[in-house]
Design a protein. Structure first.
Length: 401
C-alpha cells in the first residue's frame, strides 16, 4: 500500500460485492470506490445515511467516551466523500482504465473511506486456527484473503460442521470468541453503544448494518498545524497515512437498507422498525439464552448510552414534558421487546431440534400425506415464523469496505 501511494494508474482490485454494489480498493489510499449494482437503487441512500451515521458518531463520541470513563472505544463509521452519477464523465473517464476490463460499468458510484483489513499476523492466525490443514497454504497465498474484516457474532455459536475457506467477511462466533479469550464484555458494550448512536442520534433503525473488526491507518505523521520549519531542520518525508501502523476498531458499515424514523412518530411505529431490524440482522447482538451475563452487559451499556443521548437532544427540544418522558422510555421498551423476540427464537430452536420435515415418499414417511405439511415454510417453519426470519440478512457477500 505504501509503495503504490504515488501510482495514480494502479488498477483497482475488487474487495467486496453485495446487493448495493461492488467495492474496489484504490491502491495506496484509504479510500474505496463503490459502484452501484445495476438492479439496485440504494447507493444514494447508502451515501446519505452513511454520512448521517458518521456525523452522529462524531457528535457524540467524546461525550460518550467520558460517560464510560474512557474505558471503551466508540465504534467508527466510514465517511463518504463523493457521489458521482452515471453521466459524470469527468469522474468516469480517468478511472475506467483502472477497472477490470470485464467489469467497466457506467453507473452511479461513491468514494468512501476504506475500512482497512486486519493485519497479516491476524490473517495468518485465523487461517492456521480455523481453516482445514490441506488448504491453509493456498489460503495464505490467496490475495483475496487480504480483504479480511471480522464479523462479530455474539448471538450465535459456531454451526456444527462449519467449514472456513475465505477471510472475506470472516464470521467469528460466540463460542470461538470465548476460546480465544477475547474481552467479550468490552466488545459487546461497544456494539451496544454503536447501536444506541444509530437509534437515538442518527434516528436510523440499523437494518442490515454490519458490526465488524477492521483497522485504520495511523496518520498523518506530522499534523499540518504543528509543522515547524526552522532554519537548518533536516528534510524528512511527510505523508498522510502510514499503512504499516494500524489501529483496530469496531466499524459499522452498510447503511443502504437502514430506515429513518422521527422521535415524533408513535411508539408503535418506532418500535416496529427497531425491533425487527435488530432481531432480523445477522447475530451481532448477544442473546439472553446463550449468555445471560453478556446480554446484561449489552443492555446496561445500550440503556446508559441511549438515555444520555436522548436527554442531550430533548433538553433543547420545545415539546411537552410528558412527551419527553414517553420518548425517554423508548430504549427500555425496545430492549424488553427485543428480549421477547430472542426468547421466542430460543424456544422455537429448542422445539425444532427433533423436528422432521416430511417428504413425498410414503415408504419413508409411513404414509404421511403431503397435505399434512401444507402451509409450512422452509425447514418446517409456519408462514408467520418463516416471514419473521426473512429479516435476517442472508447476503454473505456484503461489501468488505
Amino acid at each position: 500500500m505504501n509503495a503504490t501511494r504515488a501510482d495514480s494508474s494502479a488498477p483497482f482490485t475488487v474487495i467486496g460485492r453485495g446487493t448495493c454494489g461492488t467495492v474496489y480498493e484504490i491502491p495506496g489510499t484509504v479510500r474505496v470506490v463503490k459502484i452501484g449494482s445495476s438492479l439496485h437503487t440504494g447507493l444514494w441512500q447508502d451515501f446519505l445515511q452513511t454520512n448521517l451515521a458518521y456525523r452522529s458518531v462524531i457528535q457524540t463520541e467524546e461525550q460518550l467516551r467520558n460517560l464510560f470513563r474512557h474505558k471503551l472505544s466508540i465504534p467508527r463509521v466510514p465517511r463518504c466523500f463523493e457521489y458521482h452519477t452515471p453521466d459524470d464523465q469527468n469522474f468516469w473517464d480517468p478511472i475506467q482504465p483502472r477497472i477490470p476490463s470485464d467489469d467497466r460499468p457506467t453507473r452511479a458510484a461513491l468514494i468512501e473511506e476504506r475500512v482497512l483489513p486486519m493485519p497479516s499476523e491476524t490473517r495468518a492466525f485465523l487461517i492456521s486456527t480455523f481453516f482445514p490443514e490441506e488448504i491453509r497454504k493456498d489460503a495464505l497465498d490467496n490475495d483475496e484473503n487480504k480483504a479480511c474484516l471480522i464479523r462479530l457474532y455474539f448471538g450465535e455459536k459456531e454451526p456444527e460442521g462449519m467449514c472456513y475457506d475465505t477471510l472475506q467477511n470472516f464470521p467469528l462466533y460466540y463460542d470461538r470468541m470465548l476460546a480465544l479469550d477475547l474481552e467479550l464484555p468490552d466488545l459487546v458494550k461497544e456494539v451496544a453503544i454503536g447501536l444506541s448512536i444509530l437509534h437515538w442520534q442518527a434516528h436510523l433503525d440499523g437494518r442490515d448494518v454490519e458490526f465488524v473488526l477492521g483497522t485504520s491507518a495511523a496518520g498523518p505523521t506530522i499534523p499540518p498545524h504543528t509543522m515547524d520549519f526552522k532554519e537548518g531542520s533536516t528534510p524528512r518525508s511527510v505523508y498522510e497515512h502510514d499503512f504499516r501502523r494500524r489501529r483496530t476498531h469496531i466499524w459499522m458499515i452498510d447503511f443502504d437498507k437502514s430506515r429513518p424514523f422521527k422521535l415524533t412518530d408513535t411508539d408503535t411505529d418506532i418500535l416496529d422498525k427497531l425491533v425487527p431490524a435488530t432481531h432480523g440482522n445477522d447475530p451481532y447482538f448477544p442473546r439472553p439464552d446463550i449468555d445471560a451475563s453478556l446480554w446484561q452487559d449489552f443492555v446496561d451499556a445500550y440503556i446508559k448510552s441511549s438515555e444520555f443521548i436522548l436527554k442531550q437532544e430533548l433538553s433543547a427540544a420545545k415539546i411537552k414534558d410528558r412527551v419527553k418522558k414517553r420518548i425517554l422510555e423508548l430504549p427500555e421498551q425496545f430492549i424488553q421487546k427485543l428480549k421477547v423476540k430472542f426468547e421466542e427464537q430460543a424456544e422455537f430452536e429448542a422445539n425444532s431440534e427433533n423436528f422432521v420435515v416430511f417428504g413425498n415418499d410414503d415408504s419413508e414417511t409411513g404414509g404421511q400425506d403431503e397435505g399434512d405439511n401444507k402451509g409450512m415454510g422452509a425447514e418446517g417453519l409456519s408462514p408467520e415464523e418463516d416471514s419473521s426470519d426473512e429479516e435476517r440478512s442472508s447476503d454473505e457477500n456484503s461489501d468488505a469496505e
